[in-house]
Design a protein around this ligand. Structure first.
Ligand code: F6P
Length: 360
């Protein structure tokens, strides 16, 4: 049966979005189907509608291009998450308008590429009668029901490169360098890059930290003649008994903007140890630029599998990576809760085995 598939990218951008768009458009074309890109995130389904026909022959160089050629948004009438794991129902009139938009565009299915917020929108569209298939995206790697989202590997590569650079300058100046990385309420980017980049201290949201243990680690290194230290702190990390550090205030219908914990940690380390301590916020560099080779491959398999799901009419499902293969799960399994770093998992155990301070 011939199909006309819509593709939408929602939420924060990340490396690999264009690689998924390419894979979907190309695999659909091979089946003789058409694809339509919804512009500016889900908002493009509403009046004034914004979309473009996708012809993969005109979409060269998408495999390694950063960002999303369709544009995206994590605010507006579809905002589905408003806080720490809190889901907000989308009003029926917005869902109805989106359904009319899909009908007017002649779409037989919608491929929704997003993280927990955007896939929770997808789930609500599905329940409202729009056939959807999900593709898991986020640098945070915090989606349930997949062991890896695309974009995460690229963000880890960026953070690890930053740690390598900080090492050389920290050693030259005998300083403590604190790198704040993204990840929202999960410490995946921090623990992966911290282990890969040989950090001395790694602070993640899953383990509230205390300054005594952090400073003891820096002191231990001093005594060993290592007059510099590298600290990675996840933006969602917080001190024992303390709260998340946010910047920019809470805006209506938007998640809290995390950020600033790195500067606080650096100031307190300097106050306690007397060692010059500098903070670096890696920020959106982790989301910009092209995907790693691993992400390019993952995105390609995710995109082609999404087209297979449409062909098999398996709507309401999300493609997922199990660690050995790409398969699918019900969308509902992916959006219920965030996936956090397990305290008994391999990365936490490896860090502890090497004497890395995790703040506890
Ligand atoms: O979810 C991806 C992410 O980059 C988080 O790591 C970060 O907290 C958030 O998005 C930042 O979003 P924004 O760019 O809208 O401030």
């Amino acid at each position: 049966m011939s199909q006309r598939i819509g593709i939408v990218t929602g939420g924060g951008d990340c490396p690999g979005l264009n690689a998924v768009i390419r894979a979907v458009a190309k695999a659909a074309d091979r089946r003789g189907w058409q694809t339509v890109g919804i512009l500016g995130g889900y908002e493009g389904l509403l009046e004034p509608r914004a979309s473009r026909e996708l012809d993969y022959r005109e979409l060269g160089d998408l495999l390694n291009r950063g960002g999303t050629i369709l544009g995206t948004s994590n605010r507006g009438r579809f905002a589905a998450k408003v806080g720490h794991g809190e889901a907000k129902g989308i009003p029926a009139e917005v869902l109805g308008a989106a359904k009319r938009g899909c009908a007017e565009l002649g779409l037989s299915a919608l491929v929704c590429i997003g993280g927990d917020g955007s896939l929770s929108i997808a789930q609500q569209l599905q329940e409202y009668g729009i056939p959807v298939v999900g593709v898991p995206k986020t640098i945070d790697n915090d989606l349930a029901a997949t062991v890896m989202t695309f974009g995460f590997d690229s963000a880890v590569a960026c953070a690890t490169d930053a740690l390598d650079r900080l090492h050389t300058t920290a050693e030259s100046h005998q300083r403590v360098m604190v790198l704040e990385v993204m990840g929202r309420y999960a410490g995946w980017i921090a623990i992966y890059s911290g282990v890969a980049g040989g950090a001395d201290v790694i602070l993640i949201p899953e383990i509230p930290f205390g300054y005594d243990s952090i400073c003891a680690k820096i002191d231990e290194r001093e005594k060993l003649g290592r007059h510099f230290s590298i600290v990675v702190v996840a933006e969602g990390a917080r001190p024992e008994g303390g709260d998340f550090v946010t910047s920019g205030g809470q805006q209506k219908n938007r998640e809290a903007r995390l950020g600033g914990v790195g500067a606080q940690v650096a100031a307190e380390i300097e106050r306690r140890t007397g060692k010059e301590t500098r903070a670096v916020v890696l920020g959106h560099l982790q989301r910009g630029g092209g995907p790693t080779n691993f992400d390019r491959a993952l995105c390609t398999v995710f995109g082609t599998t999404a087209v297979d799901l449409v062909a098999e009419q398996r709507f309401g499902e999300m493609v997922t990576y199990t660690g050995t293969q790409v398969t699918s799960v019900p969308l509902a399994d992916a959006v219920g809760e965030l996936r956090r770093v397990p305290l008994d998992g391999g990365f936490v155990r490896a860090a502890r085995a090497l004497g890395v301070c995790l703040g506890d």
